[in-house]
Design a protein around this ligand. Sequence first.
Ligand code: ATP
Ligand code: MG
Length: 451
Amino acid sequence: MNIEVPQNVEILINKLNNSGYSAYAVGGCVRDSLMGKIPHDWDICTSAKPDEILSALNMHNIIESGLKHGTVTVLIDGQLYEITTFRCDGEYKDNRRPESVRFITSLREDLARRDFTVNAMAYNSSEGLVDCFEGQNDLEDKIIRCVGDPDKRFNEDALRIMRALRFASKLGFEIEENTKSAIFRNKKLLKNISVERIASELIQIIDGNYAENILLEYAEVLGIVIPEILPMVGLEQRNPHHVYDVWTHTVYVIVNSPHGKVMRLSALLHDVGKPRCYTVDEKGIGHFHGHPEVGAEMSRKILRRLHLDNDTISKGELLIRYHDQRPKLSPKYVRRLISKTGIDAFPSLLELKRADTKGQNPVTIPEKLEYIDELDRLFHELTADGNEFNIRTLKLTGSDLIEMGISQGKEIGSILKEMLDMVIDGKIENDRKALLAEVRRRITESEEVVL
Ligand code: ATP
Ligand code: MG
């Protein structure tokens, strides 16, 4: 089995060989190459210790930051290569990364500490593939299987639970039975893992090309990370628009959303408010009044708890808040919605609405998609001139009102809002003169009333 190793990797391996050390490409790059994919990066493992790597390579473009962990990172032609000494992990505490690592000379032992068989293969052009744990078989059978005893491996580092789901979701692999049952048995250990590492894996899981089955099957594992997911699982909607329970619907919305962190997280959480808003009317029909607002608030808290960046949090919250709005297809109502979301977020809102539709009762899908297409068309028509209607773009400011003798903050706010609504509704041009005249007219009118 031949793998095409990039020239720079070949050069690094040769340099290490020439100084008497063994060296291999290892992990993800070997896995991806065997699958016929182009690896996004190449990691190298070697028998040389970090200082020996440095002198064997005798290069200037070394990134120092990883050195204390025994990883040498080199920059060649704008690409980073990580070179790591063969190691076995020291003791694990709290189901997290090992307290220490021990450098060793055996490649086999280094491969044995890796997470899954498909990630535990090494390659160089003189020896070919080194596959001590039947990784190639599992790759052909599309199986994620722990190297060694899964219970032990998840106890050492519980992040591997999320990694298993991530690789399955990205590659379209099945998780092997023993590994699978160990995932369910040990899921609670995820509580010991830092939220940043969990969030990074979670985003990749929901972004995977094969996320559907994983999300349906492992909801209770994700429920350790986001407990708010659990009440959605199996919650029947009893509503003619829906044929799936809330979680199954959510999964279809996720996989029908465009890829990317904000879109997929918004899809994941768009209906998280439903369980709290569930009511059944006298006809036995289920309703979820207010779920977008409740869901938006809950999402903000969840995404904060996962330490996501503010931009993701606020975009997600906004999309969730407005995901269920269905304005009448006239400029007035569409403009009102645009003024709430802003022009920039509106296309994402349309995408979320499309994905949401695709997860609903198939009978109603074509009609609803047609509505969204028309909303899309109107959005483009109304914003073709780049005009956005909100308080910031209104051609009337608070200072204008103060100059006219209105002093109360509250009153200023409400007048601005009323003027904005008139502009949005097309009752007045967004023109300074016209707006000032309208305010003046109102002042005179109210004075007359007082007199
Ligand atoms: P990707 O293509 O997503 O980068 P990868 O397999 O390269 O996939 P990395 O997270 O970059 O994944 O890790 C590189 C390699 O290090 C893995 O292939 C695996 O052999 C090993 N590894 C990484 N994290 C762990 C872990 N938590 N436990 C055991 N081995 C790990
Ligand atoms: Mg990698």
